[in-house]
Design a protein around this ligand. Structure first.
Ligand SMILES: [Zn+2]
Length: 373
C-alpha cells in the first residue's frame, strides 16, 4: 500500500512510520522562520521545533494505542502526521454492537488530547518553577527561538486542533461515532471524510490569505483523511471478498515423485513462486521455488517428496480474503491451496493476494466514485 511514509522504527511492537507531511514540516518551519526574521534563522533550532512537534504527536498516538490495546486492538503500523496519526490494522476488526462501538470510540478519541493537555500543564509547571521568566503569551506561540514555550503550545495546538470535527482527528472520530448510531460504519466514515475534506479545503484557502499555518493544517487533515479512507476500503476488501474472486485457477503443480531438478525446470517456466504438490487428485504438500533452490544447493538433487512442506492450511472457495491472510501469516507460509470436495480448485499466494488486493481496492474506489457522481 502506497502511503507516502517512511519507517521510523518500532514502538511496543507497532511499526511507526513518518508521513510525507512530517518531512516537509522542517522546510515549512524554516521558510516561515526565514520570512519572519528576514533571513536570520537557526537550522538546529528549527529542527528542535520539529522534534518537539514529533514527540507531542507520538505521545498523543501512544495514548490512543495503549487505550486501544485495552480493547484488544493492536495496529500493525501507525503513520504519524504533524497533528495526528493513522493506525493501520492487519485484519478486520470484529465489530461489536453499534452502542458499544460508539462509546468505545469516544473513549479512545479523548485520550489523545487529554495527554497533550497534561503535557502542556507539566511544561508550564516546569517553566514557572524554573523562574527564568520565559514569556508564554507572546506571538508566535510556536517559535524556534523560544523552545520551552513551543513545548507548551505544540501540545496545546495538537490537543485543540484534534477536537475539530475533521475526521480522522479525534473530534472527527467522535462525530463519526455519533453518525454510526444512524448508519453503518462505512457510510458514516464516508460522510465524516466528506465533512473533513470540506473543512480542510476551507483551511487551505483561508491560509492562503492569512496565516500559512492554516494551509499546512488543511493539507495534513486532507492527507490523513485520505489515508484513513483507503485503510477502510482495504479492510472492507479483506472482509467482503471471497477467495473465489481472487484465487489463481491457472497454475502449475508438482508431483512428489518429481526430482528437484525437474521441479526447478518447471519453476523456471512459471511465474509462480509457490507450488502445490499433488499426487493423483490429492493435495499432499506445498513447496516454494526458494526451498527447491536451497535443497538443491545444500543436499544436491533429491525428490520433492523429501523437502516439501507437508503441514499446510487449506481454504474453501467462500472463505474471506482476511481469513486467508491470517492463515498465511500464522504459518508464515506463502501459499494456500483452495479445495472443494478435497479437490484442488485454485491456489492463493501471498504475492497474488497483495496484487489483487490493491487492484480490488482501486476498483471499489472507482465504482464508488462513479456512484457518488
Ligand atoms: Zn488523536
Amino acid at each position: 500500500m502506497r502511503s507516502w511514509s517512511i519507517s521510523a522504527g518500532r514502538l511496543f511492537g507497532v511499526e511507526v512510520r513518518l508521513h510525507l507531511t512530517f518531512l516537509i514540516l522542517p522546510m515549512f518551519i524554516y521558510w516561515t522562520d526565514y520570512a519572519a526574521n528576514k533571513g536570520s534563522v537557526s537550522g538546529s533550532r528549527d529542527l528542535a521545533l520539529v522534534a518537539i512537534v514529533l514527540l507531542a504527536v507520538a505521545a498523543h498516538e501512544l495514548g490512543h494505542m495503549l487505550a486501544a490495546r485495552r480493547y484488544g486492538m493492536t495496529p500493525k503500523a501507525v503513520i504519524l502526521l504533524p497533528l495526528t496519526g493513522v493506525a493501520l490494522y492487519d485484519e478486520p476488526r470484529t465489530e461489536k454492537a453499534a452502542g458499544v462501538r460508539w462509546q468505545r470510540e469516544v473513549r479512545l478519541a479523548r485520550v489523545g488530547p487529554l495527554i497533550n493537555f497534561v503535557f502542556a500543564a507539566f511544561a508550564v509547571g516546569f517553566i514557572v518553577a524554573s523562574g527564568r521568566g520565559i514569556d508564554l503569551w507572546s506571538w508566535p506561540f510556536l517559535y524556534a527561538k523560544n523552545l520551552p514555550r513551543s513545548v507548551v503550545w505544540a501540545n496545546l495546538y495538537i490537543a485543540l486542533w484534534n477536537l475539530v470535527p475533521a475526521y480522522p482527528l479525534d473530534g472527527g472520530r467522535i462525530l463519526r461515532a455519533l453518525l454510526c448510531r444512524a448508519m453503518d460504519l462505512s457510510s458514516a466514515t464516508r460522510r465524516a471524510v466528506s465533512i473533513s475534506t470540506a473543512i480542510a479545503m476551507v483551511l487551505i484557502l483561508a491560509g492562503l490569505f492569512s496565516d500559512s499555518w492554516l494551509t499546512m493544517v488543511g493539507v495534513i487533515i486532507f492527507s490523513a483523511a485520505q489515508l484513513e479512507e483507503r485503510a477502510l476500503v482495504f479492510q472492507s476488501v479483506l472482509e467482503n471478498v471471497r477467495l473465489d474472486e481472487v484465487m489463481l485457477t491457472d497454475f502449475a503443480t508438482l508431483s512428489p515423485a518429481d526430482t528437484l531438478q525437474d521441479a526447478l525446470d518447471k519453476a523456471v517456466h512459471s511465474l509462480q513462486d509457490d507450488f502445490p504438490v499433488v499426487r493423483g487428485s490429492d493435495m499432499v504438500g506445498v513447496i516454494s521455488r526458494q526451498r527447491i533452490l536451497e535443497a538443491l544447493r545444500s543436499e544436491g538433487n533429491g525428490y520433492v517428496q523429501a523437502v516439501m512442506n507437508k503441514i499446510f492450511d487449506v481454504s474453501m472457495r467462500n472463505d474471506s480474503l482476511g481469513s486467508a491472510f491470517r492463515k498465511l501469516t500464522a504459518r508464515s507460509s506463502s501459499i494456500i491451496p483452495v479445495v472443494e470436495d478435497q479437490h484442488l480448485v485454485g491456489i492463493v499466494t501471498l504475492q497474488n493476494l497483495m496484487h489483487s488486493m490493491s487492484l480490488l481496492a482501486e476498483s471499489r474506489k472507482l465504482r464508488r466514485d462513479e456512484m457518488d457522481s
